[in-house]
Ligand binder design. Sequence first.
Ligand SMILES: Nc1ncnc2c1ncn2[C@@H]1O[C@H](COP(=O)(O)OP(=O)(O)O)[C@@H](O)[C@H]1O
Ligand SMILES: [Mg+2]
Length: 249
Amino acid sequence: MIKLENLSKTYAKSGTKAVDGLSLEIRDGEIFGFLGPNGAGKTTTIKMLTGVLKPDEGRIEIGGVDMGSDPLAAKSGFGLVGDNPELFNKLRAREYLNFVADVYLVPDGLRRERVSSLASRFKIEDVLSSSIGSFSRGMKQKLCVVASLLHDPAAWILDEPMVGLDPQAAFDLKELMRERAASGKLVLFSTHVMEVAERICDRIAIINKGRILFIGTIPELRAREGEIGDSLESLFLELVEDSDEAALR
Ligand SMILES: Nc1ncnc2c1ncn2[C@@H]1O[C@H](COP(=O)(O)OP(=O)(O)O)[C@@H](O)[C@H]1O
Ligand SMILES: [Mg+2]
């Protein structure tokens, strides 16, 4: 379970209030989609939630642990795939995976098992001895996905994970999200691609200008906002447009 309470963040340099009083609860066993246009505040929220950025205000709880008071325990409870797969280019893929497994104290036997099953699943087993600098963006992204699951976390958090993946890898990733949710684990991912959200999310939140416009299931969104036959995309655009207009008034 992840709980966000009244999170806010303003970037000092630009003075932009990127996240504005955001509260959210994500349950174990669900795939939760965090949706919003570019600049909505998705990455900033994920960075606060994962302890990369400190919120100006608000509280974060992951698996019952408060991020502010016990960051190490909170951080061990999730795996993160960030929005930028830039890694240590000089390391070989296997060295990087071992480094991550060391950080998360994953025992040898389990580590070998997980590296081998995840790497073969994402078809990077043949390049584990190559240096990361030689990888395409998609391969780096797959390596990040594998690394994020080495400690088999209760929560899996992914920021725009489909970007740069080929169709097969995107399909494999969605399958794995479903499997993890079905086994009672939490999956939270951000996207600006409605199609992906529509296909796999149990619930979604729509965010614009740092504020939540909607939380619920897609059928609930349809019932509230739309007419039968409306696509998620058109509902989404309408909500975002309305909130932009309201902000101008
Ligand atoms: N490092 C930063 N410094 C200043 N402003 C930033 C920084 N990162 C993001 N922003 C601004 O904060 C807002 C939210 O950005 P972001 O969280 O990256 O949105 P999203 O991930 O939804 O596209 C945007 O207006 C963006 O320009
Ligand atoms: Mg982003």
